[in-house]
Design a protein around this ligand. Structure first.
Ligand code: FAD
Ligand code: PYC
Length: 417
């Protein structure tokens, strides 16, 4: 309890980016907990927070093999939107977006959520039909989304090149004004601090290596790099590594893991007011509060656990960015990195119970789970606390791969997957 110090706590909450993070001492694990969450990303930390806050389950540990927020939570390009096509997806991403809108206040931590609008570009007739279909479907679901001409898109994002002579001209765009970006590590730290204050143990450098089972076959605890930890309820939220972790329990899920990369430019003065994504040419871009242009590329097309993407993919993305925004062609790139995303056949997540009593899983968010963080954590905490799927999570159960009730979101992100 109270392992975040007050001075740094205030610095983190009031000053946000570029200031000291809360001081943190990871406690030694106890021998048993009511519930254990495996994975200290935003989804896992958020799950622990909602377990404690909304369900009174405070005897909880979050086990993280590295440092909290060091996985995809700290590596993503932070695009937040809820303009998904299918009803089930719209419901969960909109649930998340509403939680984002109150998150800084809820956590008393500046997560720097900025609703600067997400523009999705159309470059040909197929894009126009597909994006307009999203606009209409979203509006039927009460989600904001609107269709813009190229000139209207340029008014939202002045650097956009709408010349009709380029290879992939912009012929229109869908705009979700409530979409935007947030500060990724602040989300992890905000949930961690709030969960910690309610008694949750957040244990870093603690890798889960195996599962203990009781005579009925139900989960009884975990073998970890810091010794055995007993728990009758275990939630796995280990993006990119879920299949590795669950294989240790003898479970096989329909997941494949791929590297996905991003890069940032040298910092420049504020020049880019919105988020722009292009599905067709696999490029997306925004500007961080530090001034760096944040650019995302597509997934590598082979299975790998390397936290680095192929340079040819970054080069392809940069070529597309320079065509859309010629004024950035001389900007130097400062850093690039990768994360491992786990992808399901229908590109929708898996949330819910497993065949092993007491063992729950939340995975398969692929290239798009950052935006889902608060919603995913909220419904997963309900599922673990009650043993029943939350109504928003129910369609995302594993059995859809045997019933055939898939939730096809293959065109949901602007990245090749
Ligand atoms: P993570 O933050 O990865 O947390 C899982 C944790 O589990 C990790 O910290 C890992 O160390 C830990 N773990 C793994 N195995 C074990 C073990 N055996 N024992 C203990 N701990 C373990 N999504 C969007 O919505 N918008 C975007 O713009 C976006 N851009 C992206 C760009 C990139 C380059 C990448 C890589 C991803 C992007 N995503 C985006 C996807 C998004 O980042 C993820 O879906 C989301 O962050 C997953 O959160 P998480 O908490 O589940 O995972
Ligand atoms: O889901 O919006 C998204 C996204 C953008 C880049 C990666 N994922």
């Amino acid at each position: 309890m109270h392992r975040f110090s007050l001075g740094t706590l205030i610095a983190g909450a009031v000053l946000g980016e570029h200031r000291a993070q809360p001081q943190w001492r990871s406690p030694p694990p106890k021998s048993a907990y009511a519930a254990v969450i495996v994975g200290g990303g935003g989804h896992g930390l958020g799950t622990a927070y909602y377990l404690a806050k909304e369900h009174g389950v405070r005897d909880v540990a979050v086990l993280e093999k590295g440092w909290i927020g060091g996985g995809n939570t700290g590596r993503n390009t932070t695009i937040i939107r809820s303009n998904y096509l299918q009803q089930e997806s719209a419901a969960i991403y909109e649930h998340a977006l509403r939680l984002w809108e109150g998150l800084a206040r809820e956590l008393n931590y500046n997560v720097m959520f900025s609703q600067r609008g997400v523009l999705m570009l159309a470059h040909n007739d197929h894009d126009v039909h597909s994006l307009k279909r999203h606009v209409y479907a979203n509006r039927l679901n009460g989600i904001d989304n609107e269709w813009l001409t190229p000139q209207e898109a340029k008014a939202i994002c002045p650097p956009l090149n709408i010349a009709p002579t380029v290879r992939y001209p912009v012929v229109g765009a869908a705009l979700q004004r409530r979409g935007g970006v947030a500060r990724h590590d602040a989300v992890a730290w905000g949930y961690a601090r709030a969960a910690d204050a309610m008694g949750v143990d957040i244990i870093e450098n603690c890798e889960v290596l195996g599962f203990m089972r009781d005579p009925r076959g139900a989960v009884a605890g975990l073998e970890t790099s810091r010794g055995p930890i007993r728990a009758a309820r275990v939630g796995i939220v280990a993006a990119g590594h879920t299949s590795v972790v669950l294989a240790r329990a003898g479970l096989k899920l329909p997941l494949e893991s791929f590297p996905l990369q991003a890069l940032v430019s040298e910092p420049v003065k504020p020049v880019f007011p919105s988020v722009v994504m292009s599905n067709t040419i696999h490029a997306y871009i925004s500007q961080s509060d530090k001034g760096e242009l944040v650019i995302g590329a597509g997934t590598d097309q082979y299975i790998s656990y390397s936290q680095q993407g192929g340079l040819h993919i970054a080069a392809h993305t940069l070529a597309a960015i320079c065509e859309l925004f010629p004024q950035f062609s001389r900007l130097r790139m400062l850093r690039n990195w990768g994360g491992i995303v786990d992808v399901t056949p229908d590109r929708s997540p898996i949330i819910g119970l497993t065949p092993i009593p007491g063992l729950y899983v939340n995975c398969g968010w692929g290239t798009g789970g950052f935006k889902a963080t608060p919603g995913s954590a909220h419904v997963f905490a309900h599922t673990i606390a009650t043993g029943e799927p939350h109504s928003i999570a129910a369609p995302f159960a594993i059995d859809r791969f045997s019933t055939g009730r898939l939730i096809d979101e293959a065109a949901a992100a602007a990245v090749a997957h």
